[in-house]
Design a protein around this ligand. Structure first.
Ligand SMILES: Nc1ncnc2c1ncn2[C@@H]1O[C@H](COP(=O)(O)OP(=O)(O)OP(=O)(O)O)[C@@H](O)[C@H]1O
Length: 304
């Protein structure tokens, strides 16, 4: 297990992490989510020894990470660390050598990863001549080339086109199948939902939700009712008892009903405003679960 245990960190008076705890199992993919500035990068930097935590520790197989273990981590930092003048394949081979591969093995592994990530035709170009998305692919090749024992990737999918996303997703799934724990941060929640075994949502300095998407759905208490009434006036459902309007756009309304609320009463109210073209229960997406989890709780009796 890669364990993050009770991490605390402040920058001046800004308490960023106040006890962050979660674990990534070998062979599983963990999607690390949270609003901008919630502390994902700080958490990953602590794991890599780039930021010192005030309390807590990160362990691999029960032992705190040290320099030796960190050399076996494939890390992709948020601030991309490439040498702009170095050629693509040389750069990737350079990172492989830094992680202990001899020069022959490093060159072979670099060729393989450069090809796999769709950069074969650019292998001889200096990195600075590549588009941002392609530089991103080089950075990923650099993280993967040393056959790491763990992967910690800070927003690896940002800036990639759909083909790049697919190539990276396949590469990460292959690492998982080989038993590597993969932790990556992302704001692309559809991707996290599709790829990850587990998800963690960081808010207010803590993991406010951790588990499979299915477990998060159960925690948040269930299903949403989608009602489409193209001609309904705005806010037609706002005053109905026992429900909350999650979203409303051009007659397409998403409702969160209390346990005892009557969906047939909602249907009758919808029909009273016009023709109902869609009326069905559905599971919340990870985006909706995320919004729910990061929303600041209001004290009882205080109007939102
Ligand atoms: N070196 C630093 N000095 C001072 N404050 C910092 C430093 N590094 C991070 N912070 C602050 O810590 C908070 C968390 O930042 P962090 O980059 O970890 O968040 P994040 O979840 O990765 O955000 P994003 O999704 O925008 O990348 C922010 O308020 C940030 O300004």
């Amino acid at each position: 297990m890669l364990e993050f245990d009770g991490l605390r960190k402040s920058f001046g008076s800004n308490q960023v992490l106040s006890g962050v705890t979660f674990a990534v199992a070998p062979g599983s993919m963990f999607g690390f989510c949270g609003a901008n500035g919630s502390g994902k990068t700080t958490t990953m930097r602590i794991a890599m020894g780039l930021v010192r935590a005030e309390a807590g520790e990160v362990r691999w197989h029960g032992r705190p990470l040290d320099g030796e273990v960190r050399r076996r981590i494939g890390y992709m930092p948020e601030e991309r660390g490439l040498y702009p003048k170095m050629k693509v394949a040389e750069q990737v081979a350079y990172f492989a050598r830094l992680h202990g591969l001899d020069s022959g093995a490093a060159a072979r592994a670099a060729t393989e990863w450069v090809d796999r990530l769709g950069l074969g035709e650019r292998r001889g170009d200096p990195v600075e001549k590549l588009s941002l998305g392609n530089q991103q692919r080089v950075q990923l090749a650099a993280a993967l080339v040393s056959r790491p024992e763990m992967l910690i990737l800070d927003e690896p999918f940002s800036g990639l086109d759909p083909v790049g996303v697919d190539a990276l997703a396949e590469a990460l799934l292959e690492q998982c199948r080989a038993g590597v724990p993969v932790l990556f941060s992302s704001h692309q929640l559809d991707l996290v939902e599709r790829l990850c075994d587990s998800v963690g949502i960081l808010a207010r300095g803590e993991m406010v939700a951790v588990g499979t998407v299915e477990q998060l759905r159960r925690q948040e208490g269930g299903r949403l009712l989608r009602v489409v009434v193209p001609d309904a006036p705005p806010h037609w459902a706002a005053e109905l008892p026992g429900l909350r309007v999650v979203s409303e756009q051009a007659g397409d309304t998403l409702l969160d009903l209390d346990g005892g609320a009557d969906d047939q009463a909602v249907l009758a109210a919808a029909l009273a405003t016009g023709r109902v073209t869609h009326f069905a229960w559905r599971e919340p997406t990870l985006v909706e679960l995320f919004r729910e989890a990061v929303a600041v709780p209001t004290a009882p009796g205080v109007a939102a």
